[in-house]
Design a protein around this ligand. Structure first.
Ligand code: ARG
Length: 555
């Protein structure tokens, strides 16, 4: 239940909504508070007088059990016992589905994410798009949307001509079959190091051959594509992300002409130094390049065709692009061109931009093949997780399995914890810390809760009429806001809201765990505390699952 909303609605004051209802700094004053300072300006009365008047007219009920006016604040006390059984009952009855809703029923959201480039390294720079997109995918499903995950493959361009040229010169079948994407990447890097005018011309010729449907060139291209996908799919599986479509840039080869024709018919396409562009000067942007002077299409041209195709195919409610902020201008241009073409749905296109991830030691360099492969980061994190776990709990069974869940979670959580637009520095020690804002901390809290439940040996019942103390109440309040937290994360395209929520709930639970006896408590208190523990475990699991992170039973 959303108490803030409940209070705001009950107050019925023009201009006051749930966002005006705050949490007071200390719970002795109340569980929620309405500061009356903003109202003072409008009503031309002192905040103290307003709070006093509101107090006198407020009628308590089964949800709000008391009000008081203190220094210009109207403080509300929640009926704690009522809240306790209400929240716990909801968590237990919904279980894995606690926090889910049907807000999105009947609506489709397309998410363009990860969008790898064929034959190029899948590096740490792809971590954010993959895990943010992957998490949004799960969040929208949880909110009842139909979701279409799209991997808009970078499979178009002259680099494939270069690759074929390099393969013909230095490569052979066994070596590439065996080395996979790494071997392909080496060939590509070598080409760039050694290419002269003659080789460049040859590469252009191979690219033309791919375009013209030449059998051998296309076989090679498709083989490189398969090897790349085989490689990245293994990582996707590990990361718990999925795609419903792999329609990449090449898929739009025959779908761009209608866009070009329409731009031209609408008088939007103008010639500039032999190229065809859409002038966006009026909107404070450089022109959007549609066709080069040799007639070749561009990245933007394919994105325009892709947007049209997605609207036609999926009739999306929203189409998201989880792409680094370096491409801000590109998406602004594409969305503007769609708007100029008269697509009213251009407003439903959203560039979900995110910042850079770099490694602590500054090892993120894309020069000359010196990249940090995402796979290596994951492996290293799993290895480190193993030693961290071994140190903490040497006798633990299934250590290797657990280290995988913990290590992977650390990589994902490390990329999701900060608001997505921030540049982040990835540090193995930081993401694997048991004390800190980490998935390890949250997972460890789950293991702790699990162990309490296991040791108790009794089955709790749904508490009725139990009056929670302050620590218990803090946990309950946090449990109660999980559904609105998920909604908020979806609305803001911000999985970090859920990551932060999980840490906050874990902290509150741990405070309760330290301050209140659970197993040594008796009667109603023990029953309540076990129920609270179980509900916390369920909610933390649900939260982590939305981020793509699993929870080991023991740690
Ligand atoms: N492959 C592109 C890159 O690595 C990202 C594609 C994003 N999606 C899109 N529809 N443009 O930069």
């Amino acid at each position: 239940m959303n108490y803030r909303k409940y209070i705001a609605e009950k107050l019925k004051i023009d201009g006051v909504n749930e966002n005006d209802v705050a949490l007071p700094p200390n719970t002795e004053m109340g569980d929620y508070a309405l500061p009356c300072f903003k109202l003072a300006k409008i009503l031309r009365k002192s905040p103290v007088a307003i709070a006093e008047e509101l107090k006198n007219s407020f009628e308590c009920d089964g949800v709000i059990s008391g009000v008081s006016a203190v220094n210009g604040y109207l403080n509300f006390k929640v009926n704690r016992a009522g809240l306790a059984s209400g929240v716990l009952e909801e968590v237990f009855s919904k279980g894995d589905g606690y926090g889910a809703s049907d807000t999105g029923a009947g609506k489709t959201i397309c998410i363009d994410y990860s969008s790898v480039n064929i034959a190029k390294p899948f590096h740490i720079g792809h971590l954010s798009t993959t895990v943010i997109g992957g998490s949004l995918y799960k969040i929208y499903k949880f909110l009842g949307y139909e979701v279409v995950g799209i991997n808009h493959l970078g499979d178009y361009g002259t680099q494939f001509g270069k690759l074929i040229s390099a393969y013909k010169r230095w490569g052979n079948r066994e070596q590439v079959q065996k080395g996979g994407i790494h071997a392909i990447n080496e060939l590509y890097v070598r080409f760039n190091e050694q290419a002269d005018e003659k080789m460049e011309a040859e590469a252009r010729e191979y690219f033309r051959l791919i375009e013209n449907g030449d059998k051998e060139a296309n076989e090679l291209f498709n083989w490189f594509k398969e090897l790349t996908l085989e490689y990245v799919n293994k990582i996707y599986e590990k990361l718990n992300v999925r795609f419903d479509s792999y329609a990449g840039e090449r898929f739009y080869t025959d779908k761009m002409q209608p866009v070009v024709d329409e731009l031209s018919a609408k008088g939007l396409l103008i010639e500039s130094e032999g190229a065809k562009i859409v002038d966006l000067e009026k909107y404070g942007m450089p022109p959007c390049l549609i066709l080069r002077s040799d007639g070749a299409s561009l990245y933007a041209t394919r994105d325009l065709a892709a947007a049209e195709y997605r609207k036609k195919t999926y009739n999306f409610h929203k189409c998201l692009y989880v792409v680094a902020y370096q491409q801000n201008l590109h998406f602004k241009q594409v969305f503007k061109v769609l708007e100029l073409m008269g697509r009213e749905w251009a407003k439903d296109m959203v560039h979900v931009a995110y910042g850079m991830v770099s490694l602590e030691d500054g090892a993120m360099s894309t020069r000359k093949g010196k990249v940090v492969w995402l796979e290596d980061v994951i492996n290293r994190c799993e290895e480190k997780a193993y030693s961290v776990i071994h140190e903490k709990n040497p006798g633990l069974a299934n250590k290797a399995e657990i280290a995988k869940t913990v290590g992977l979670g650390a990589v994902v959580f490390g990329a999701l914890y900060n608001s997505k637009i921030k540049d982040v520095t990835f540090s193995y020690d930081k993401v694997l810390s048991f004390e800190g804002e980490t998935s390890v901390y949250v997972q460890y809290t789950c293991a702790r809760a699990n162990s309490v439940l296991e040791k108790s040996g009794v089955k709790y019942t749904l508490p009725r009429g139990y009056e929670p103390n302050t620590q218990e109440f803090e946990v309950l309040k946090s449990l109660a806001v999980f559904p609105e937290t998920v909604l908020d994360a979806g609305e803001k395209y911000e999985p970090s809201i859920i990551a932060r929520y999980a840490v906050d709930l874990a902290q509150k639970y741990n405070k309760f765990y330290i301050d209140c006896k659970i197993l040594a408590a008796e009667g109603e208190a023990k029953n309540f505390r076990l129920a609270l523990t179980s509900a916390t475990l369920q909610t933390l699991k649900n939260a982590l699952k939305l981020l793509g992170i699993g929870v080991p039973d023991k740690m």
